[in-house]
Design a protein around this ligand. Sequence first.
Ligand code: SIN
Length: 487
Amino acid sequence: MTLDIVSEIRANRLFREACFIDGEWLPVAGDEQISVDNPASGQTIGSVPRLGAEATRRAIESAHRAWPAWRGQTAEARGKVLYRWHELLLEHEQILASIMTLEQGKTHAESAGEIRYAASFFKWFAEEARRAYGRTIPPAGADQHIVVLRQPIGVAAAITPWNFPSSMITRKAGAALAAGCPMVVKPASATPFSALALAVLGEEAGVPAGVFHVVTGSASEIAGEMTGNPLVRKVSFTGSTEVGSRLMRDAATNVQKISLELGGNAPFIVFDDADLDAAVEGAIAAKFRNTGQTCVCVNRFYVQDGVHDAFVARLKERIEAMRLGDGFAPETDIAPLINRAAADKVLSHVDDATRQGATLVSGGRRDERGANYVLPTLLTGIRQSMQVTQEETFGPLVAVSSFRDEAEAIALANNTPFGLAAYFYSENVRRVWRVAEGIEAGMIGINAGLISNPAAPFGGVKASGLGREGASEGLDEYLETKYLLMG
Ligand code: SIN
C-alpha cells in the first residue's frame, strides 16, 4: 500500500475524524483523541475524539428527544430511509471498503464483501419494518377482546467490535431504526472510521438528526453511561464473553433489555461419509474468513479416522498455497491480524499445542512482513488439554484431531462452555438430523462453511450470548409487547 492510497482515502468526504452526536459533527479537539493504526504497516492513519460519559449522555438525551417523531413515522417511511441508506452503501462500496481495509486490515475484496453484507441488513430490515405484527387472542370472557401490540422499546445503545466494523453496526441499527428506536453506537477504537462513514451516509439517506449517533472514546465511560442511564431501554453488544457478562450485570441496574453476541469455539466435524472436496472448501471458508478473526470461525476440527489423513493432505495443499500480504494487494488471500497481541495469542496456542505433542504441519510462525502477520498454520494431533481447544484462537490456525464415531464427535463438539456456531459434513440424512439436534450451538452449518445471512437469526447459546440478530427475531429485540384487554 502506498502513501497515495492513504492520502486519497483521508481526503474523501466519508473519512471523518469526528464524532456524530445530535446531528452534529464534533471534531477532534486538543489532546483528547485516539489514534488509529493501519494493522498492515503500523502507521497511524488518523484520530478520533476520546469522549466519555458526558458526550454519551448528550447523545442519549438527543436520541430520547428524537424518539417520538421517529416512532411516529409509518413503518413504510422508516423502511424507505433504511432502503436509501442501503443503496448509498452499495454506491460507495469501493471507498467504504478502502476505509475498512486501511483501519481493519482485511483484504479489500473481503471489505467490499462486508459492505455488501452490511447493506443487506438495512435492506432486510427496511422490508421487515412493516412486519412488526401484533395479534388478537380468543379471550376468557364472552365480552372481552385481547389485543397484543408490538411497540418500539425506546433508546437503544450498541457497542460494536473491530472485526466487522460496518456490518455489526448495521445488523443492530437496521433492526433498531426499523422498529422505531433511535440508536447510539460506540464503535471499537481500532476501527471507528467505518462507523463514521456510515453516519455520513445515514444523514444523506434522510435519517433525522438525533436518531443515529456515533460516540468514540473511553469504552468504560461510554458503556457505563449506556448501562447507567435509565433512558436507554436496550443494549446490544458484540464482543468478548468477559465484557458481555460485565455489561449484563451493569444493565441489571436499570433492568435494560440486553442482547449479547459473544465468543465462540466452533467445532467443524467431517464424517467418513462426507463429500471431502466440499468439506475442504467449507473448512477454508469457515476458518480463514477475516484471517480467522470471526466469532463464527472454526476453532476445532474433528475428522473421522477413515478420512483424517486425506482431509489433512488436501487442507495442507490449500493452506500452503495461500498468499499472506497487505490487504490492499490484489494477490493477497490472507491479511495481517488486527495487532501484535492478536498475533501473539495465535503463536502461544501453537507453542502450547506443540509442547503437548501436536504436530506442526504448516506455518506456525510470523512472516517477515511484520509483527501482525502470522502464516496460515496447520496442526494435527490436537488433544482436549490444549489451549486451542478451550479458547477461541481468533487467527489463522487450523487445529485438527480425529474421532471414532458419531457419539464421540457430538461429545467433543459440546465439550465447551461456548455454543455460537458449529459445522459438520455428512451425506447421510439420518445422521444430519441426529447431529444437528445433538450439537449445542445457536447456528449450525451443515455441508456449508458460510452461515451468515441477514434473513437468518444469528446468535449463540451457553456462554456465547443471548438474543438474536437478523431475521424477524432481530426486530423483536427492539420491540416491547403490550397487551390490551378490552372489556
Ligand atoms: C462476528 O464475528 O461477530 C460476526 C460475523 C458474521 O456476522 O458473520
